[in-house]
Design a protein around this ligand. Structure first.
Ligand SMILES: Cc1ncc(COP(=O)(O)O)c(C=O)c1O
Length: 240
């Protein structure tokens, strides 16, 4: 936040200032401190733009994303997101904001002007996903329960899970080889979980990223048991 404030001070006098951030950072599952960001934006007359791909649909009491989580929905000017995650697993994305911003983007946004539109079948599936999200308090509750269960049981089993409350639960291995080997062993056990290493994450911070989504309690128990059967486990997992 100090760094952001210095940049805002540096930008004073600019015709427009915009702070751009992810709502949730994909590799760690960490939330941007959107409440503090919006405070700084208001202090320095900046607009706020967020990419809320990792929150839309399930973060916040009604799934309206990180701004709802921090109660700053009316202070965010532009939200972008993908239709490829909670909104249906399809492809394509969206930008939302005040009408004058959308009007401008319809004239100036190159991806909007020079690309084909989202395929009708994806539009229909995404609209259905949005309706499910509007009705889907029970799905969010299940996701929250799964997340708490996975995070706490994995930690109790001796794995190094980055702390937090977001469903992205990174199981840390540190060493890239260890993460790749563990992922391969999990796959043999029926669990498809992707390892990430440098340059996607910093060197020595390799991890397997888990998102316990619409799974049942049995699924989660099965996944934890599979993690326990991998050879790089408990004390072997490295916190970098
Ligand atoms: C934060 C964030 N924004 C945007 C995207 C891109 O989504 P898409 O592949 O649907 O364009 C991703 C992809 O994983 C992402 O993590």
């Amino acid at each position: 936040m100090q760094e952001l404030e210095s940049r805002l001070i540096e930008s004073s006098g600019a015709r427009r200032i915009m702070i751009a951030t992810d709502g949730v950072f994909s590799m760690d599952g960490y939330f941007a401190r959107l409440d503090e960001i919006c405070c700084l934006a208001s202090k320095y007359g900046a607009m706020v733009m967020i990419d809320d791909s990792h929150a839309a649909g399930f973060v916040g009491p009604t799934g309206r994303g990180t701004p709802e989580h921090f109660s700053v929905t009316d202070q965010v000017d532009v939200t972008t997101g993908t239709l490829g995650k909670a909104l249906g697993g399809a492809s394509g994305g969206y930008t939302s904001g005040r009408q004058e911003i959308i009007d401008l983007l319809r004239q100036r946004s190159r991806p909007c002007l020079f690309s084909n539109s989202v395929a009708p079948v994806i539009v229909a599936a995404s609209l259905k996903a949005i309706h499910l999200i509007e009705e889907g308090g029970h799905l969010r509750t299940r996701l929250r329960n799964n997340t708490t269960m996975f995070r706490s049981r994995m930690t109790a089993a001796g794995f190094d899970v980055l702390p937090g409350e977001h469903p992205i639960a990174p199981v840390m291995y540190g060493d890239a080889r260890a993460a790749i080997d563990a992922s391969a062993q999990l796959l043999e056990d029926g669990i498809y979980a992707i390892p990430f290493s440098y340059p996607v994450v910093p060197k020595g911070r390799a991890r397997i990223r888990i998102q316990p989504a619409a799974h049942t309690t049995l699924d989660i128990e099965h996944a934890i048991a599979a993690f326990e059967r991998t050879s790089a486990r408990k004390g072997d997992a490295v916190s970098g």
